[in-house]
Design a protein around this ligand. Sequence first.
Ligand code: FMN
Ligand code: SF4
Ligand code: SF4
Length: 365
Amino acid sequence: MYTDLLIYYFSGTGNALSAARWIAEHARKKGIKAEIIPIDRFKKITVPPAAGRRLIGFCYPTHGFNLPWYMLKFIMKFPISAHCDAFLLNTRAGSKIFGWYAPGISGIAQVLPALILLMKRFRIRGMLPLDMPSNWISIHPGFKSATVVGIVARCRSMAAGFCERIFSGRAYYRPNVFIMLPVDLALAPIAFLYFIYGRFYLAKVFIASTDCDTCRLCEIKCPTASIKIIDRRPFWKFTCESCMRCINICPRKAIQTSHSLAVIISVISSLLPVALALRLLDAYIPPALARPVDFIIEWSVTISTIFIVSGAVFWLIRVKIINTLFTFTSLTKYWRRYLAPGIRPKDYQTKSALSSSSPEPPSLR
Ligand SMILES: Cc1cc2nc3c(=O)[nH]c(=O)nc-3n(C[C@H](O)[C@H](O)[C@H](O)COP(=O)(O)O)c2cc1C
Ligand code: SF4
Ligand code: SF4
Protein backbone atom coordinates (compact mmCIF):
# COMPACT_ATOMS: atom_id res chain seq x y z
CA MET A 1 0.00 0.00 0.00
CA TYR A 2 2.96 2.35 0.49
CA THR A 3 5.08 3.49 -2.44
CA ASP A 4 7.56 5.59 -0.52
CA LEU A 5 9.45 5.07 2.74
CA LEU A 6 11.68 7.60 4.52
CA ILE A 7 13.53 6.54 7.65
CA TYR A 8 15.26 9.17 9.78
CA TYR A 9 17.74 7.69 12.23
CA PHE A 10 20.12 8.57 15.02
CA SER A 11 22.54 5.82 15.97
CA GLY A 12 25.60 5.75 18.19
CA THR A 13 27.01 2.30 17.58
CA GLY A 14 24.94 1.16 14.61
CA ASN A 15 22.03 -0.70 16.21
CA ALA A 16 19.37 1.77 15.08
CA LEU A 17 21.20 2.13 11.74
CA SER A 18 21.10 -1.66 11.23
CA ALA A 19 17.37 -1.73 12.02
CA ALA A 20 16.76 1.13 9.56
CA ARG A 21 18.71 -0.75 6.89
CA TRP A 22 16.78 -3.99 7.44
CA ILE A 23 13.46 -2.19 7.13
CA ALA A 24 14.57 -0.30 4.00
CA GLU A 25 15.81 -3.55 2.45
CA HIS A 26 12.49 -5.25 3.20
CA ALA A 27 10.60 -2.30 1.72
CA ARG A 28 12.63 -2.39 -1.49
CA LYS A 29 11.86 -6.10 -1.92
CA LYS A 30 8.19 -5.11 -1.81
CA GLY A 31 8.76 -2.51 -4.52
CA ILE A 32 8.66 0.44 -2.11
CA LYS A 33 11.10 3.28 -2.77
CA ALA A 34 13.07 3.51 0.48
CA GLU A 35 15.61 5.99 1.77
CA ILE A 36 17.37 6.11 5.13
CA ILE A 37 18.59 9.47 6.34
CA PRO A 38 20.94 10.18 9.27
CA ILE A 39 19.97 13.15 11.37
CA ASP A 40 23.63 13.74 12.27
CA ARG A 41 24.37 17.45 12.57
CA PHE A 42 21.00 18.44 11.13
CA LYS A 43 20.19 22.12 10.86
CA LYS A 44 17.17 22.62 8.68
CA ILE A 45 14.75 19.77 7.93
CA THR A 46 13.57 19.62 4.36
CA VAL A 47 11.47 16.59 3.58
CA PRO A 48 11.75 15.51 -0.08
CA PRO A 49 8.48 15.35 -2.01
CA ALA A 50 6.66 12.01 -1.72
CA ALA A 51 6.50 9.66 -4.69
CA GLY A 52 3.00 8.41 -3.81
CA ARG A 53 1.74 7.11 -0.48
CA ARG A 54 4.41 7.75 2.13
CA LEU A 55 5.43 6.11 5.40
CA ILE A 56 7.95 7.87 7.66
CA GLY A 57 10.02 5.98 10.24
CA PHE A 58 12.06 7.29 13.15
CA CYS A 59 14.78 4.93 14.46
CA TYR A 60 16.91 5.77 17.49
CA PRO A 61 18.42 4.25 20.62
CA THR A 62 16.98 4.52 24.12
CA HIS A 63 19.02 6.74 26.44
CA GLY A 64 18.18 7.02 30.14
CA PHE A 65 14.62 5.64 29.69
CA ASN A 66 14.00 8.27 27.04
CA LEU A 67 14.96 9.05 23.48
CA PRO A 68 18.21 11.00 22.96
CA TRP A 69 17.66 14.74 23.25
CA TYR A 70 19.05 15.10 19.71
CA MET A 71 16.31 12.87 18.24
CA LEU A 72 13.65 14.51 20.39
CA LYS A 73 14.73 17.91 19.09
CA PHE A 74 14.59 16.56 15.53
CA ILE A 75 11.06 15.20 16.01
CA MET A 76 9.91 18.43 17.66
CA LYS A 77 11.22 20.41 14.68
CA PHE A 78 9.84 17.96 12.10
CA PRO A 79 7.22 19.59 9.83
CA ILE A 80 3.55 18.96 10.60
CA SER A 81 2.50 16.19 8.25
CA ALA A 82 -1.26 15.86 8.33
CA HIS A 83 -2.42 12.26 7.86
CA CYS A 84 1.06 10.99 7.03
CA ASP A 85 1.70 7.49 8.40
CA ALA A 86 4.66 7.02 10.74
CA PHE A 87 6.35 4.40 12.86
CA LEU A 88 8.74 4.57 15.79
CA LEU A 89 11.53 2.10 16.42
CA ASN A 90 13.69 2.42 19.50
CA THR A 91 16.61 0.09 19.97
CA ARG A 92 17.24 -0.86 23.58
CA ALA A 93 19.78 -2.68 25.73
CA GLY A 94 19.13 -6.31 24.91
CA SER A 95 21.27 -8.98 26.54
CA LYS A 96 21.44 -12.77 26.80
CA ILE A 97 21.61 -14.28 30.27
CA PHE A 98 21.98 -18.08 30.51
CA GLY A 99 20.31 -18.51 27.12
CA TRP A 100 17.44 -16.11 27.96
CA TYR A 101 17.07 -12.97 25.88
CA ALA A 102 16.60 -10.18 28.41
CA PRO A 103 14.86 -7.02 27.16
CA GLY A 104 15.87 -3.42 27.73
CA ILE A 105 13.50 -0.81 29.12
CA SER A 106 11.96 1.93 26.98
CA GLY A 107 10.67 4.26 29.68
CA ILE A 108 9.14 7.18 27.75
CA ALA A 109 11.26 6.64 24.63
CA GLN A 110 8.18 5.72 22.61
CA VAL A 111 5.32 7.44 24.40
CA LEU A 112 6.86 10.91 24.29
CA PRO A 113 7.69 11.05 20.55
CA ALA A 114 4.37 9.34 19.77
CA LEU A 115 2.51 12.16 21.54
CA ILE A 116 4.53 14.80 19.68
CA LEU A 117 3.89 13.13 16.32
CA LEU A 118 0.18 12.81 17.10
CA MET A 119 0.11 16.55 17.81
CA LYS A 120 1.77 17.05 14.43
CA ARG A 121 -1.19 15.06 13.00
CA PHE A 122 0.79 11.98 12.02
CA ARG A 123 -0.93 8.59 12.18
CA ILE A 124 1.23 6.22 14.22
CA ARG A 125 1.06 2.85 12.46
CA GLY A 126 3.60 0.97 14.53
CA MET A 127 5.90 1.11 17.56
CA LEU A 128 8.68 -1.43 17.82
CA PRO A 129 11.14 -1.66 20.71
CA LEU A 130 14.06 -3.74 19.46
CA ASP A 131 16.37 -5.34 22.00
CA MET A 132 19.68 -5.06 20.20
CA PRO A 133 22.95 -5.71 22.08
CA SER A 134 23.53 -3.13 24.78
CA ASN A 135 26.15 -0.61 23.70
CA TRP A 136 26.53 1.12 27.06
CA ILE A 137 30.15 0.18 27.49
CA SER A 138 30.71 2.90 30.08
CA ILE A 139 28.90 0.63 32.53
CA HIS A 140 29.61 -2.89 31.24
CA PRO A 141 32.00 -4.60 28.81
CA GLY A 142 30.85 -5.13 25.23
CA PHE A 143 29.30 -8.58 24.71
CA LYS A 144 31.16 -11.52 23.15
CA SER A 145 30.64 -11.82 19.41
CA ALA A 146 28.61 -15.07 19.69
CA THR A 147 26.16 -13.32 22.05
CA VAL A 148 25.97 -10.31 19.74
CA VAL A 149 25.26 -12.51 16.70
CA GLY A 150 22.44 -14.35 18.54
CA ILE A 151 20.77 -11.16 19.77
CA VAL A 152 21.05 -9.46 16.38
CA ALA A 153 19.62 -12.47 14.48
CA ARG A 154 16.61 -12.50 16.82
CA CYS A 155 16.06 -8.76 16.31
CA ARG A 156 16.35 -9.09 12.57
CA SER A 157 13.56 -11.63 12.47
CA MET A 158 11.40 -9.38 14.70
CA ALA A 159 12.04 -6.49 12.32
CA ALA A 160 10.97 -8.75 9.42
CA GLY A 161 7.68 -9.55 11.22
CA PHE A 162 7.18 -5.83 11.83
CA CYS A 163 7.73 -5.08 8.11
CA GLU A 164 5.35 -7.81 6.95
CA ARG A 165 2.58 -6.32 9.03
CA ILE A 166 3.18 -2.66 8.50
CA PHE A 167 3.81 -2.84 4.76
CA SER A 168 0.58 -4.74 4.28
CA GLY A 169 -1.29 -1.82 5.85
CA ARG A 170 -1.87 -3.33 9.29
CA ALA A 171 -0.84 -1.60 12.49
CA TYR A 172 1.89 -3.11 14.67
CA TYR A 173 1.97 -2.75 18.44
CA ARG A 174 3.57 -5.47 20.53
CA PRO A 175 1.35 -6.42 23.52
CA ASN A 176 4.20 -5.92 25.98
CA VAL A 177 4.36 -2.25 24.94
CA PHE A 178 1.02 -1.92 26.78
CA ILE A 179 1.86 -4.39 29.56
CA MET A 180 5.05 -2.46 30.32
CA LEU A 181 3.35 0.94 30.01
CA PRO A 182 2.79 1.48 33.79
CA VAL A 183 6.46 0.62 34.48
CA ASP A 184 7.61 2.81 31.59
CA LEU A 185 5.56 5.77 32.84
CA ALA A 186 6.72 5.22 36.43
CA LEU A 187 10.27 5.65 35.12
CA ALA A 188 9.49 9.11 33.75
CA PRO A 189 11.06 10.90 36.79
CA ILE A 190 14.32 8.98 36.24
CA ALA A 191 14.17 9.84 32.54
CA PHE A 192 13.81 13.48 33.60
CA LEU A 193 16.77 13.26 36.00
CA TYR A 194 18.91 11.62 33.30
CA PHE A 195 17.85 14.38 30.94
CA ILE A 196 18.87 17.24 33.22
CA TYR A 197 21.88 15.71 35.03
CA GLY A 198 22.90 12.30 33.66
CA ARG A 199 23.74 13.11 30.10
CA PHE A 200 25.87 16.14 31.08
CA TYR A 201 27.73 14.10 33.66
CA LEU A 202 28.37 11.22 31.24
CA ALA A 203 29.51 13.62 28.53
CA LYS A 204 32.22 14.99 30.76
CA VAL A 205 33.80 11.79 32.03
CA PHE A 206 35.33 10.82 28.68
CA ILE A 207 39.10 11.22 28.49
CA ALA A 208 41.69 10.49 25.81
CA SER A 209 44.71 8.47 26.87
CA THR A 210 48.27 9.07 25.70
CA ASP A 211 47.58 6.51 22.93
CA CYS A 212 45.65 9.22 21.04
CA ASP A 213 47.53 10.20 17.86
CA THR A 214 45.16 13.08 16.97
CA CYS A 215 43.76 11.28 13.91
CA ARG A 216 40.51 13.33 14.40
CA LEU A 217 38.24 10.41 13.51
CA CYS A 218 36.20 10.91 16.69
CA GLU A 219 35.79 14.61 15.91
CA ILE A 220 34.81 13.99 12.28
CA LYS A 221 32.32 11.23 13.04
CA CYS A 222 30.59 12.64 16.11
CA PRO A 223 26.89 12.96 15.16
CA THR A 224 26.40 16.06 17.29
CA ALA A 225 29.74 17.80 16.63
CA SER A 226 30.52 17.59 20.34
CA ILE A 227 34.25 16.94 20.09
CA LYS A 228 36.72 19.73 19.64
CA ILE A 229 40.42 19.00 19.29
CA ILE A 230 42.23 21.25 21.76
CA ASP A 231 45.96 20.98 22.25
CA ARG A 232 46.01 17.86 20.00
CA ARG A 233 43.48 15.97 22.15
CA PRO A 234 39.70 15.59 22.03
CA PHE A 235 37.67 17.75 24.36
CA TRP A 236 34.04 16.74 24.99
CA LYS A 237 31.40 19.47 25.02
CA PHE A 238 28.16 19.41 27.01
CA THR A 239 26.23 18.72 23.80
CA CYS A 240 27.58 15.16 23.78
CA GLU A 241 24.73 12.62 23.84
CA SER A 242 26.91 9.80 25.22
CA CYS A 243 25.95 7.81 22.16
CA MET A 244 29.17 5.75 22.52
CA ARG A 245 30.22 6.20 18.91
CA CYS A 246 33.57 7.91 19.52
CA ILE A 247 34.73 5.50 22.21
CA ASN A 248 33.91 2.52 19.98
CA ILE A 249 35.37 3.74 16.70
CA CYS A 250 38.66 5.16 17.98
CA PRO A 251 41.25 3.12 16.03
CA ARG A 252 43.69 3.26 18.96
CA LYS A 253 41.13 2.54 21.70
CA ALA A 254 42.40 5.76 23.24
CA ILE A 255 39.04 7.01 24.50
CA GLN A 256 38.06 5.92 27.99
CA THR A 257 35.18 6.52 30.32
CA SER A 258 37.12 7.68 33.34
CA HIS A 259 35.53 5.98 36.32
CA SER A 260 37.96 7.65 38.69
CA LEU A 261 36.94 11.06 37.34
CA ALA A 262 33.27 10.07 37.81
CA VAL A 263 34.02 9.24 41.45
CA ILE A 264 35.93 12.50 41.98
CA ILE A 265 33.04 14.55 40.57
CA SER A 266 30.50 12.68 42.75
CA VAL A 267 32.60 13.11 45.91
CA ILE A 268 33.19 16.84 45.32
CA SER A 269 29.46 17.38 44.56
CA SER A 270 28.42 15.60 47.75
CA LEU A 271 30.87 17.60 49.87
CA LEU A 272 29.59 21.00 48.73
CA PRO A 273 27.35 22.53 51.43
CA VAL A 274 24.56 23.24 48.92
CA ALA A 275 21.71 22.05 51.20
CA LEU A 276 22.88 24.34 54.01
CA ALA A 277 23.20 27.33 51.65
CA LEU A 278 19.70 26.68 50.28
CA ARG A 279 18.21 26.49 53.79
CA LEU A 280 19.70 29.90 54.58
CA LEU A 281 18.56 31.33 51.25
CA ASP A 282 15.01 29.98 51.58
CA ALA A 283 14.46 32.31 54.57
CA TYR A 284 14.68 35.28 52.18
CA ILE A 285 12.44 34.13 49.33
CA PRO A 286 8.64 33.61 49.20
CA PRO A 287 7.70 29.96 50.04
CA ALA A 288 5.98 29.50 46.63
CA LEU A 289 9.28 30.23 44.88
CA ALA A 290 11.51 28.21 47.21
CA ARG A 291 11.30 24.89 45.34
CA PRO A 292 11.92 26.20 41.80
CA VAL A 293 14.72 28.48 43.01
CA ASP A 294 16.35 25.61 44.95
CA PHE A 295 16.07 23.38 41.89
CA ILE A 296 17.73 25.93 39.59
CA ILE A 297 20.53 26.57 42.09
CA GLU A 298 21.15 22.84 42.68
CA TRP A 299 21.20 22.20 38.94
CA SER A 300 23.59 25.09 38.28
CA VAL A 301 25.93 24.03 41.09
CA THR A 302 26.02 20.41 39.87
CA ILE A 303 26.63 21.34 36.24
CA SER A 304 29.29 23.89 37.23
CA THR A 305 31.04 21.30 39.43
CA ILE A 306 31.05 18.81 36.56
CA PHE A 307 32.41 21.46 34.22
CA ILE A 308 35.13 22.75 36.54
CA VAL A 309 36.39 19.35 37.74
CA SER A 310 36.37 17.74 34.29
CA GLY A 311 37.98 20.88 32.80
CA ALA A 312 40.75 20.76 35.40
CA VAL A 313 41.32 17.07 34.69
CA PHE A 314 41.44 17.76 30.94
CA TRP A 315 44.45 20.01 31.53
CA LEU A 316 46.03 17.81 34.19
CA ILE A 317 46.11 14.73 31.95
CA ARG A 318 48.58 16.53 29.71
CA VAL A 319 51.07 15.30 32.31
CA LYS A 320 51.87 11.76 31.24
CA ILE A 321 51.85 10.18 34.70
CA ILE A 322 48.48 11.73 35.58
CA ASN A 323 47.07 10.60 32.24
CA THR A 324 48.31 7.06 32.90
CA LEU A 325 46.72 7.12 36.35
CA PHE A 326 43.33 8.15 34.97
CA THR A 327 43.59 5.71 32.05
CA PHE A 328 44.41 2.70 34.21
CA THR A 329 41.58 3.52 36.63
CA SER A 330 39.09 3.52 33.72
CA LEU A 331 37.30 0.19 33.48
CA THR A 332 36.85 0.69 29.74
CA LYS A 333 40.63 0.27 29.40
CA TYR A 334 40.03 -3.43 30.11
CA TRP A 335 36.62 -3.86 28.47
CA ARG A 336 35.60 -5.08 25.01
CA ARG A 337 34.23 -2.38 22.67
CA TYR A 338 31.02 -2.61 20.65
CA LEU A 339 29.85 -1.75 17.16
CA ALA A 340 26.83 -3.44 15.56
CA PRO A 341 27.88 -6.29 13.23
CA GLY A 342 28.87 -5.02 9.80
CA ILE A 343 29.01 -1.36 10.88
CA ARG A 344 32.23 0.51 10.19
CA PRO A 345 33.21 4.16 10.81
CA LYS A 346 32.69 4.85 7.09
CA ASP A 347 28.98 4.06 7.55
CA TYR A 348 28.57 7.28 9.54
CA GLN A 349 27.91 10.08 7.09
CA THR A 350 29.08 13.08 9.08
CA LYS A 351 32.29 14.00 7.28
CA SER A 352 30.74 16.57 4.95
CA ALA A 353 29.27 18.30 7.98
CA LEU A 354 32.73 19.33 9.10
CA SER A 355 33.54 21.53 6.13
CA SER A 356 32.20 25.05 6.51
CA SER A 357 31.02 25.17 2.88
CA SER A 358 28.77 22.16 3.48
CA PRO A 359 27.52 22.32 7.05
CA GLU A 360 24.61 19.88 6.71
CA PRO A 361 24.31 16.25 5.66
CA PRO A 362 23.35 16.47 1.95
CA SER A 363 20.32 14.24 2.46
CA LEU A 364 18.71 16.78 4.76
CA ARG A 365 19.20 19.76 2.54
C1 FMN B 1 23.90 6.63 27.72
C2 FMN B 1 23.07 5.41 27.40
C3 FMN B 1 21.85 5.22 28.04
C4 FMN B 1 21.11 4.08 27.76
N1 FMN B 1 19.89 3.92 28.38
C5 FMN B 1 19.13 2.84 28.07
C6 FMN B 1 17.83 2.67 28.66
O1 FMN B 1 17.35 3.50 29.44
N2 FMN B 1 17.11 1.58 28.34
C7 FMN B 1 17.60 0.63 27.48
O2 FMN B 1 16.92 -0.36 27.22
N3 FMN B 1 18.80 0.78 26.88
C8 FMN B 1 19.57 1.85 27.15
N4 FMN B 1 20.80 2.01 26.54
C9 FMN B 1 21.26 1.03 25.55
C10 FMN B 1 21.01 1.48 24.11
O3 FMN B 1 19.75 2.08 23.97
C11 FMN B 1 21.07 0.30 23.16
O4 FMN B 1 22.24 -0.42 23.25
C12 FMN B 1 20.81 0.73 21.72
O5 FMN B 1 20.53 -0.43 20.98
C13 FMN B 1 22.00 1.44 21.07
O6 FMN B 1 21.65 1.80 19.74
P1 FMN B 1 22.65 2.54 18.75
O7 FMN B 1 23.78 1.59 18.48
O8 FMN B 1 21.84 2.79 17.51
O9 FMN B 1 23.08 3.80 19.40
C14 FMN B 1 21.58 3.12 26.83
C15 FMN B 1 22.80 3.32 26.18
C16 FMN B 1 23.54 4.45 26.47
C17 FMN B 1 24.85 4.64 25.77
S1 SF4 C 1 39.80 8.78 17.25
FE1 SF4 C 1 41.10 8.20 18.96
S2 SF4 C 1 43.20 8.49 18.22
FE2 SF4 C 1 41.84 9.62 16.83
S3 SF4 C 1 41.75 11.72 17.69
FE3 SF4 C 1 40.02 10.59 18.56
S4 SF4 C 1 40.82 9.79 20.49
FE4 SF4 C 1 42.59 10.37 19.28
S1 SF4 D 1 31.19 12.96 21.64
FE1 SF4 D 1 31.18 10.73 21.33
S2 SF4 D 1 29.57 9.97 22.68
FE2 SF4 D 1 29.29 12.18 22.50
S3 SF4 D 1 27.76 12.44 20.87
FE3 SF4 D 1 29.81 12.57 19.93
S4 SF4 D 1 30.32 10.49 19.26
FE4 SF4 D 1 28.59 10.36 20.69
